[in-house]
Design a binder for this molecule. Structure first.
Ligand code: AMP
Length: 572
């Protein structure tokens, strides 16, 4: 073995004397040029099976992964001294096992114009110390930083590289298409992309994140989603998946000073791992927690939930985080609003998981009382909202359902005395009932409504979805499909409620689901409407799929959108 002829190589590394590059694709051509520029004697790029001259001591197989084995087998059998290397990220040294071998996978995009290898990194490996030293020397000559990647980590390393490069380009393609629909070309996006990448390079993903999701501005996200659905519907699923992933990133990595309303407790700098959220179980304990903040004029936001938290709940917590100084999430599976004991028994419960998610989404206090704290033995009062509670959910589940909701929500308002309470449009009738309750009883709280959060295929998130078995999950799409059919009918000019409802029912029947109800009603009063003309109309649907009862709704509008903060609805 020759000693290193390049004075610039680190001591102990080996530089090949003569290299052949096999494979005349982009990478082969780029490597041959770059190695030549580095002063290395290179032959090629050669075609697979080409004669390897006797003076060649190293062959780089720059061929597709599946051809590495055959290309290695085509190397001269009478040259056992010939060192062979490949440039694949995902492949181990196994296909080159019959000789001394190395691999060098530059983490760099290669285009028809070549590649800028200098400054890049590359995963390298070698079956012997001579082979590894050769890979190191090649990396060094190309100005590449070597990385050591274990065989079992290669696929993950390669996937990370693909996401960082190929997927980014795919995303820019989507952005380009959407911008084009607004008459904007690629150029204005370029500076933005460069700045975002630079910020990520300097500070990491969590710190570099900006925009409406990071701010918790779900209303804006919803408007963006509507535009994507209308302009580039083929990219809607991608938008939804990325929205979810970005919400998770925003929740887990947001720095305190990125919060729209910096929270005093968080500004005091307790570290994430300490768990900043307090879990409180007693009414007195919650009042004590909130006393100080209330007296110092801080805004208190309340997010009532029954747990089994999902993105729908978390979006409300983020909305509260964005608008309030103190965010209280309640976790209470309210027995009085269940009309079906089996449903109550089967309701998913996992407080530890819920506490972690609520904390990550920005909650300060989790109020998780035992049932007897809310309903002591002598409890005798029921809050009943008349009229609006009678149809649809009231009829299906019985009056006791909304009595249970109205009573527990009134109690929670009295216990926490929030400035703002957050509810989901997913439970549209519940929202109408609570608005009426607050108005009738002069409860000093502002009600904010967050849009329905959905799976990429349109199914509204619900704690009960986990109980859907395989085929049922598919059939559950009957609900969002019905809502879409109703909207499309209105879009085509249909104004008659009965005809619109008929189209929606037909969409459900196509997948064998019979609605418990499907109705077009006024969103505030829940009285039936005959025509969709002018005022917004709510189309609401409930159906049982297997054992699981699901509800969903959408706002049908014939007037231009008013952009009002609390009437938005996630579009199925
Ligand atoms: P629950 O735990 O089912 O009582 O729901 C607690 C709150 O989350 C209610 O205000 C619901 O309307 C809201 N919510 C439930 N599912 C969703 C969803 N998919 N999108 C938005 N909000 C939701």
């Amino acid at each position: 073995m020759d000693s290193d002829p390049h004075s610039t190589l680190p001591a102990g590394t080996t530089s090949p004397r003569r290299i052949a590059v096999v494979g005349a694709g982009r990478l082969g051509r780029a490597l041959a040029v770059a190695l030549q520029d580095a002063g290395i004697d290179v032959t090629g790029p050669l075609g697979r099976g080409a004669t390897i001259a006797p003076e060649i001591d190293t062959v780089i197989l720059a061929v597709p992964d599946a051809q590495i084995g055959p290309a290695a087998a085509a190397l001269p059998a009478d040259r056992p001294d010939l060192l062979a290397g490949h440039c694949s990220a995902a492949t181990t040294l196994e296909p080159l096992a019959r000789r001394e071998a190395f691999s060098l996978h530059p983490l760099m995009t290669v285009t028809e114009d070549g590649a800028a290898f200098a400054g890049a990194s590359a995963a390298i490996a070698g079956s012997t110390s001579r082979a590894l030293a050769t890979a190191q020397a090649l990396a060094h000559a190309l100005g590449i930083q070597p990385l050591s990647v274990e065989d079992e980590d290669r696929a993950a390393y390669h996937a990370a590289a693909s996401i960082a490069s190929n997927f980014l380009v795919t995303l820019e393609g989507v952005a380009e298409r959407l911008a084009a629909s607004a008459g904007i070309d690629r150029e204005p996006l370029v500076a933005l992309v460069r700045a975002s990448v630079e910020n990520w390079a300097a500070s990491g993903a969590g710190a570099a994140l900006t925009g409406p999701i990071a701010r918790g501005d779900e209303q804006t996200v919803q408007r963006q989603r509507d535009a994507v659905a209308e302009r580039v519907p083929q990219d809607l699923a991608l938008f939804d998946v990325l929205t979810q992933a970005t919400r998770r990133l925003a929740a887990s990595d947001r720095r305190p000073h990125d919060r729209p309303t910096p929270h005093p407790a968080r500004r005091r700098g307790r570290s994430r791992s300490e768990g900043r959220m307090k879990i409180v179980r007693s009414i007195a304990g919650l009042r004590e927690q909130l006393d100080g903040p209330r007296r110092s004029g801080q805004r208190i936001g309340l997010v009532p939930t029954m747990g089994a938290l999902h993105e729908g709940h978390l979006s409300l917590i983020r909305l509260a985080r964005a608008g309030c100084d103190v965010v209280v999430v309640t976790l209470f599976v309210n027995p009085t609003q269940f009309d079906d004991a089996a449903d109550l028994d089967a309701y998913p419960r996992d407080e530890e998981r819920d506490a972690k998610l609520a904390d990550e989404a920005g909650a300060d206090v989790l109020f998780a009382p035992p049932a007897e704290a809310i309903y002591p033995p002598s409890f005798a009062t029921t809050v009943r909202v008349a009229g609006i509670t009678a149809p649809l959910e009231g009829e299906s589940r019985g009056v006791a359902h909304f009595d249970g909701v109205a009573t527990v929500v009134t109690k929670l308002f009295n216990i926490a005395q929030p400035d703002v309470a957050y509810f989901g449009q997913k439970d549209a009738q519940q929202v109408a009932v609570i608005r009426r309750l607050v108005r009738d009883l002069d409860i000093p709280v502002r009600i904010e409504v967050g849009p329905t959060v959905r799976e990429p295929d349109g199914l509204a998130l619900s704690s009960r979805n986990v109980r859907l078995r395989n085929g049922e999950r598919e059939r559950a799409l009957a609900l969002p499909r019905a809502l879409r059919a109703a909207r499309e009918a209105v879009g085509r000019g249909e104004r008659d409620s009965a005809a619109i409802a008929e189209r929606a029912r037909a969409a459900m029947a196509d997948v064998g689901v019979e609605p418990e109800y499907l109705a077009l009603v006024a969103p505030d009063s829940f009285t039936a409407v005959d025509r969709v003309d002018g005022d917004d109309v709510l189309v609401a649907v409930a159906a049982r799929v297997g054992d699981v009862r699901l509800i969903d709704n959408d706002l049908l509008t014939t007037a231009p959108a008013n952009g009002h903060a609390d009437t938005s609805t996630g579009r199925p």
